[in-house]
Design a protein around this ligand. Structure first.
Ligand code: TYM
Length: 353
């Protein structure tokens, strides 16, 4: 077994409407990962965003808004590397090489493509189909060992592991000949967990909270103010029963389960602990407590996002600095990959000409 240095990577798409699911399932956990003795890289994945059409001017704003959300939530751009994907060319370059490692059959099994392409599959972009291969390249350009994500990304991370393993096997002797031992890429560990790995819609407990849901009442956006948060929580669908005292009692009650999960994640505890306090309470009382908690936790992030987005020059400087530091890690990986695959590349002598 080759030991890889711990490195954390994750990404968020700048497709508008960052919501509570993105925050609790991903961004809040990115912040927590900074306590680990590992380099963390957090990427605004703009190349992924254009797999569905984006208005160019809006896209630029959305890239800055996701960056602002990262910083407002507590990601420190001096210790972590915060950048946007399109500024680091190695992502797209490695994706091409992985296109030649990944198998059609693997991509045909991706459920997110089926969901996003819908019935009109013939009209979906090739990029949408190839989305998970680019994701593998994001992760493996840094040889990341840990990737915190929400549960909906599980299948994509399994594909990343398959690509890493197939590359290591297909090029095994070349990897060894170039002095990298028996494996060049780590088999990345997905970090999926906590009470909010899958935050559901506030209007329908069987559907994931999502940016693309037509109803804005289905989600709490990170840009919502206190009044709007209160309104959406109060309107959230529930059932007529009181809250149970044990998690067993949440079975078959998806809306109750979701609100308890959100409460637990926001207060950094477990569903069990929430039910120990609120078991037997009516939803009206529980929702009141949830509004207070959500506003307490989200209002400062909202205010800081506003402050940061008012200064796009600062955000762009953070992204440029992050991109340079990201590229310093990814470029040597790509050089090594090119040697392993058998390409002829410019050496230091030619590069100096
Ligand atoms: P995106 O932008 O769709 O989602 C960003 C993160 O938010 C999580 N998430 C949720 N978590 C809990 N409940 C929800 N309802 C919910 N909705 C979204 C997602 O799981 C994700 O962690 N494909 C990635 C972006 C990406 C990436 C990567 C991630 C591109 N390259 C490399 C990790 C590593 C995505 O889903 O983005």
């Amino acid at each position: 077994m080759v030991a890889f240095k711990e490195l954390v990577f994750s990404g968020v798409q700048p497709t508008g409407n960052l919501h509570l699911g993105n925050y609790l399932g991903a961004i809040k956990r990115f912040v927590e990962m900074q306590a680990r003795p590992a380099q963390c890289l957090y990427c605004v994945v703009d190349l992924h965003a254009i797999t569905l059409w984006q208005d160019p001017e809006a896209l630029r704003g959305q890239i800055r808004e996701v960056t602002a959300a990262f910083l407002a939530a507590g990601i420190d751009p001096r210790t972590s590397i915060v950048f946007n994907q399109s500024q680091v060319p190695q992502h797209a370059e490695l994706a091409w090489i992985f296109n030649c490692v990944a198998r059609l059959g693997w991509l045909n099994r991706m459920t997110q493509f089926k969901d996003k392409a819908g019935k009109d599959r013939e009209n979906a972009s090739v990029g949408l189909y190839d989305y998970p291969v680019l994701m593998a390249a994001d992760i493996l350009a840094y040889r990341a060992t840990h990737v915190p994500v929400g549960e909906d990304q599980k299948q994509h991370l399994e594909l990343t592991r398959d690509i890493a393993q197939k590359f290591n096997t297909d090029f095994g002797s070349s990897i060894a000949a170039h002095g990298h031992g028996e494996a060049f890429f780590p088999v990345t560990e997905p970090l999926i967990g906590g009470p909010a790995a899958r935050v559901m819609s506030l209007r329908d407990g069987s559907k994931k909270m999502s940016k693309s849901d037509a109803s804005d009442n289905s989600r709490i956006n990170l840009t919502d103010d206190a009044d709007l948060i209160a309104q959406k929580v109060r309107k959230a669908k529930t059932d007529p029963d009181a809250l149970p005292s044990e998690t067993e009692g949440l079975k078959g009650r998806p809306e109750a389960d979701n609100l308890v999960g959100i409460f637990a994640a926001l207060s950094e505890t477990t569903r069990e602990a929430v039910l120990a306090e609120y078991g037997g309470a009516q939803f009206s009382a529980f929702k009141g407590a949830l509004v207070d908690l959500a506003v307490e936790k989200l209002a400062p992030i909202n205010a800081e996002m506003k402050r940061l987005t008012a200064d796009p020059g600062h955000i762009d400087a953070v992204l440029a600095d992050g991109a340079a530091r990201a590229e310093a890690i990814a470029a040597p990986t790509l050089d090594a990959v090119k040697d392993i695959v058998g390409f002829v590349r410019r050496g230091p002598r030619l590069a100096a000409v």
